[in-house]
Write a protein that binds this ligand. Structure first.
Ligand code: FA5
Length: 348
């Protein structure tokens, strides 16, 4: 067999092999074996040394055309295999839009937010407006305007984080009182507001204290508001949150911005007032501070204290949630353990 026949046979045999190759990797191997330095074409071309000088260019040109044909066959098969591979991948990744989806686990509002939302709904229903106030507050509104001057001992119980001499993290939502009073136009009607939000104190964290917690302020100012209005409002609120059979009692207390001031207890919802571990066997649970707004607070805010008066209260949603759901550590609300929070899943 002369060289040309050998090359022709090589082409035939390999064209078939290339067409039958199913994997791109195998195709690469064939290319290297066939056209590489040690491949059969190179071997055949080495044989050209023995040819006549006149024959060499002819055989050389023929060898090149064979190599080109083999390259073309390789390229074509590569393209075919690549297309097949893409088609296979696409077929595998086809999305069946009729399949049911993977259910997404829905979250739920934080239990403290649920308590705040529920109380807000309750007070909205009684005609209160909801006021959002500053967490970074001026000493002026957090203390001075509430009848707590710089040297007042009541400040000791509410030490906080100071940003500078005048700015602090508010210690009580009562700071929202004067800001709202200053702006309120009494010719348009009474002021009835609640103001929920975070407050901060330099308290040491323990089971019942947190350095940041929530409060909800309530303030009602009009003509002829009496303590009976305060008591009626808080009784309705306590029955809404803790159950229709609840009673409340007021005990004398002291806040610089209310006079008289009271602590409000709710009859124990666990034992109904007989005495149990929840109410420490007293039948009552302390839930908030309140009182009739001190005339100084009204005067400082530019409201005529001889004409207007009213009541204020400040409650702690964290403590409400602890009591209502028997949570024994306030820190559970802030450590974001989903296993704890999921217990308060709210449907819808
Ligand atoms: C006040 O902060 C008054 N501003 C409340 C008030 C408003 C009285 C309007 C009169 C008129 P007190 O410091 O007691 O009061 O806090 C009120 C409530 O906040 C407490 O009953 C309690 O529920 C909650 N609280 C106080 N300190 C903490 C704390 N470290 N961690 C969690 N809750 C707290």
């Amino acid at each position: 067999m002369d060289l040309q026949d050998k090359l022709q046979a090589l082409l035939k045999e390999n064209q078939k092999k290339i067409e039958e190759t199913k994997e791109l990797d195998d195709l690469d191997k064939i290319r290297v074996n066939l056209l590489g330095k040690k491949g059969p074409i190179t071997q055949v071309l080495r044989g050209m040394r023995d040819l006549d000088a006149t024959e060499r260019p002819k055989v050389g040109a023929f060898a090149n055309s064979i190599r080109d044909e083999l390259n073309a066959a390789l390229d074509e098969q590569r393209e075919t295999l690549r297309r097949e591979r893409v088609a296979r991948k696409l077929a595998k990744e086809t999305v069946d839009v009729t399949m049911p989806g993977t259910p997404v686990r829905l979250g739920t509002p934080h239990i403290l937010q649920q308590i705040i939302d529920d109380l807000s709904d309750f007070f909205l229903g009684m005609g209160y407006q909801i006021v959002d106030s500053y967490e970074v507050e001026q000493d002026h509104y957090n203390f001075e305007m509430l009848n707590i001057p710089a040297d007042h001992p009541a400040r000791d119980m509410q030490d906080t984080f100071y940003l500078n001499k005048e700015l602090l993290m508010r210690t009580q939502t009562s700071a929202a009182q004067s800001r709202t009073l200053e702006k309120h136009d009494f010719s348009k009607g009474p002021l009835k507001m609640i103001s929920p939000g975070r407050v901060y104190r330099r308290d040491t964290d323990d089971a019942t204290h947190s350095h940041q917690f929530h409060q909800m302020e309530g303030l009602v100012i009009d003509k002829n508001i009496t303590m009976a209005d305060l008591k009626g409002t808080l009784l309705a609120m306590a029955q809404h949150v803790f159950g229709a059979d609840r009673e409340i009692r007021l005990r004398p207390s002291y806040f610089p911005f209310t006079e008289p001031s009271v602590e409000v207890d709710v009859s124990c919802f666990r034992c109904g007032g007989k005495g149990c571990s929840v109410c420490k066997y007293s039948g009552w649970i302390e839930v908030l501070g309140a009182g009739m707004v001190h005339p100084n607070v009204l005067t400082y805010a530019g409201v005529d204290a001889d004409v207007y008066g009213g009541f204020a209260f400040g409650l702690g949603p964290d403590r409400f949630a602890m009591l209502k759901y028997g949570v024994d550590d306030i820190r559970s609300f802030y450590t974001d353990d989903v296993r704890f929070l999921e217990q308060f899943h709210k449907e819808g």
